[in-house]
Design a binder for this molecule. Structure first.
Ligand code: PMP
Length: 392
């Protein structure tokens, strides 16, 4: 086993070793965390709508725990499929304007399960180069040919679709809002290509679900292409503030997934309390648009203040805002200095992002206060100047 030590030394030398930090909630300070004695503004959470501590969600989960117990006891196809699952799936399908929905244990399992159920050896998956790791792993597990197109480049995708025109099945898959850059997929262009080339289209709305459109339906709705998305996937771990994931589509698709998506078939159903929490969160996501509006307003202000501070920010309206610093060491130093200044914002390094693009990835929550975000931007600027990331 000595090789592991050697590999770890190599990771440390490249500032690539990851380790765990321990955080706790900062009671009375929404949008903050505690680490040891310090209170930190949390600019690294995916709790976009600020629902993770919502009293009604917590109450729904507590009630369910008391009446249904802690665990579901079996996979859904055995005896783990309690009544609230069916109700939740009906509501999800309705919310998404699709025929049916299926809940998965988490987004990673949804992506690996769905891709594995749709394609195999004789097929080709066309995947944006910046897609999430769970999509990449799903393709690898499926044994289909993995063809990566340049990020948001429909011309390159067209070229590759033509090149593989004889494949048995073709699947185009993309993040809707890219998790590390925060930009949006060109969904309208992808719909045109999927129709022209007879491909299936799968969209991962993990980060955009809850954030976009009137009732938080997601980016595919905002861009008016929901009907042309064959597989709409999203998570409950980000905007919903809970845990789990969903896939929406035709009744036929959902029947097929129920029979063939291995992470669903061979894994225990989520605890009933989690389903109760998600169900309450789904109501709040739809019925409290002020959370989306507040998130959008705060995001706009924070983006503007980073631009004024002199940073180059990828254009857009997404609550994910990366500031690329380049090398891993500077990113780690930047994150550590931020912590000293009362801000939790982690360094994102390869292999999560391409080599040479290590970054601090900020994310906004509806729980944040405008004033504290402005102060944070000023501190980020100071550190940027000190580390030479910003030129004065
Ligand atoms: N897809 C994307 C785009 C993601 O960012 C993530 C989570 N980071 C996932 C899927 C996986 O979701 P989960 O955390 O629910 O497993």
């Amino acid at each position: 086993m000595n090789w592991i030590n050697d590999e770890l030394v190599r990771l440390t030398e490249k500032s690539l070793e990851r380790s765990l930090s321990v955080y706790s909630l900062a009671a009375g300070h929404p949008g903050h965390l505690r680490r040891g004695e310090s209170r930190l503004l949390n600019l690294s959470s995916n709790d976009y709508l600020g629902l993770s501590g919502h009293a009604a969600i917590v109450a729904a989960m507590s009630e369910s725990l008391l009446s249904e117990g802690a665990g579901s006891g079996a996979s859904r196809l055995v005896t783990g499929n309690r009544a609230p699952y069916a109700l939740l799936e009906q509501s999800l399908a309705q919310w998404q304007g699709k025929e049916a929905a299926l809940v998965f244990a988490n987004g990673y399992m949804a992506n690996t399960g769905v891709i594995g159920a749709l394609v195999s050896r004789r097929d080709v998956v066309f995947s944006d180069r910046l897609n999430h790791a769970s999509i990449v792993d799903g393709i690898t597990l499926s044994r289909a040919e993995h063809v990566r197109y340049r990020h948001n480049d429909p011309d390159h995708l067209t070229f590759l679709l033509n090149k593989h025109r004889d494949a048995r099945r073709k699947l185009i898959v993309t993040d809707a809002m890219f998790s590390m850059d925060g930009d949006h997929a060109l969904l309208r262009e992808l719909v045109v290509l999927k129709q022209r080339h007879g491909a299936m289209l799968m969209v991962d709305e993990a980060h955009s679900g809850g954030v976009y459109f009137a009732r938080g339906e997601g980016l595919s709705h905002q861009l008016g292409v929901n009907e042309d998305v064959d597989v709409h996937m999203g998570t409950f771990s980000k905007s919903f503030g809970v845990y789990g994931a969903y896939v929406c589509g035709s009744r036929t698709l959902i029947r097929w997934l129920l029979n063939t998506a291995r992470p669903l078939v061979y894994s225990t159903a989520l605890p009933p309390a989690v389903i109760a929490g998600i169900s309450k969160a789904l109501e709040l996501v739809q019925e409290e648009p002020w959370r989306r509006e507040r998130l959008a307003a705060l995001t706009k202000r924070f983006r503007a203040s980073l631009c004024t501070a002199g940073f180059t920010v990828i254009d857009g309206d997404s609550p994910i805002i990366p500031l690329i610093v380049g090398d891993n060491e500077t990113a780690v130093r930047f994150s550590s200095d931020l912590q000293d200044e009362g801000i939790a914002a982690v360094a994102i390094r390869p292999p999560t992002v391409p080599n040479g693009t290590a970054r601090i990835r900020y994310s906004i929550s509806a729980l944040h206060m405008e004033q504290e975000l402005m102060e944070a931007a000023a501190r980020i600027r100071r550190i940027g100047l000190k580390l030479g990331v910003l030129k004065s």
